[in-house]
Ligand binder design. Structure first.
Ligand code: UDP
Length: 259
């Protein structure tokens, strides 16, 4: 999919509109539209990669060719962070809402339970994974767990993990290996995955398992979830430091465009 000077492409989001921020794609769609799109896609014949993109992921698309290729090749790129909405606004474009990874995963699990679509959970530490599975079954009665695998496997074991996923034939594959490892994992193995929707969900299994907490709702609404996670985990400082850099780059591009 190629960019154009208007910053808009025909893409898989709302009415096919996909904007570009510094050349990187983000689909214009609400949470409800994202869920509806995913529910249609898991009936398809091909793997369907969903990236819930925050500014750290988009920034890595500027620095890392593989990330740029996977973002451009993903069937859906949602605006995970408030920073992405702000970047779009600076760009002079608008996105309707955040489509945060955890919320998206939970709504997809609810739909999967209602529509009898089997789900595979890949990622997190073994104990966390088991707790997350138990909680998911509790929250979504009828949820079909096609299979699961913890996230601490080596590159040489990746082939057998893919084989296991193929054998279990899930319709929804939640991959919680942390960004950008999970995005790269899906991208590298997409050709061998069964037809399913594969979503990178970051630390969502830890939240589902009750091991970590999301930011209070007021912080989420104020676009400060990144600050909450930084305060709880100061080692994220380096990751978070790219946010102002990315925003300044978008501002610079906008000003240059105006001149
Ligand atoms: N993880 C994993 N395998 C790894 C590294 C991380 O399964 O080799 C898991 C980790 O246990 C956690 C998740 O990936 O459940 C990463 O959570 P984090 O909050 O760091 O992800 P983010 O949302 O920031 O990408």
């Amino acid at each position: 999919m190629s960019s154009n000077p208007e910053g808009k492409d025909r893409g898989p989001g709302r009415a096919g509109i996909r904007i570009r921020i510094l050349g990187l794609p983000v689909d214009i769609l609400t949470m409800e539209e994202a869920v509806a799109r995913i529910c249609r896609a898991w009936k398809g014949e091909q793997p369907f990669h969903v990236v819930t993109a925050n500014l750290e992921i988009l920034y890595s698309g500027l620095k890392d060719g593989e990330m740029a290729r996977l973002l451009n090749g993903a069937e859906l790129v949602t605006a995970d962070g408030a920073g992405v909405l702000l970047a779009a606004r600076i760009r002079g474009l608008s996105l309707p809402a955040r489509v945060a990874g955890f919320d998206l995963m939970m709504l997809c699990l609810r739909e999967a339970a209602q529509r009898a679509a089997p789900v595979f959970f890949l990622g997190a530490q073994p104990a966390v994974l088991q707790q997350a599975l138990a909680r998911a079954k509790e929250l979504f009665p009828g949820l079909q767990i096609a299979g699961s695998h913890h996230g601490y496997f080596s590159d040489s074991e990746a082939g057998s993990v893919v084989e296991e996923i193929r054998a279990r034939q899930p319709r929804l594959l939640c991959v919680a290996l942390g960004a950008p490892r999970q995005e790269k994992w899906i991208f590298r193995h997409k050709g061998k995955l069964p037809p399913c929707v594969a979503i990178g969900v970051g630390g969502s299994f830890d939240v589902l398992a009750g091991r970590t907490r999301r930011a209070p709702r007021w912080m989420q609404q104020a676009g400060l979830e990144w600050l909450y996670r930084l305060l709880r985990q100061p080692s994220r400082l380096r990751r978070v430091s790219v946010i102002p850099i990315f925003l300044l780059m978008v501002l610079w591009q906008r000003l240059r465009g105006k001149v």
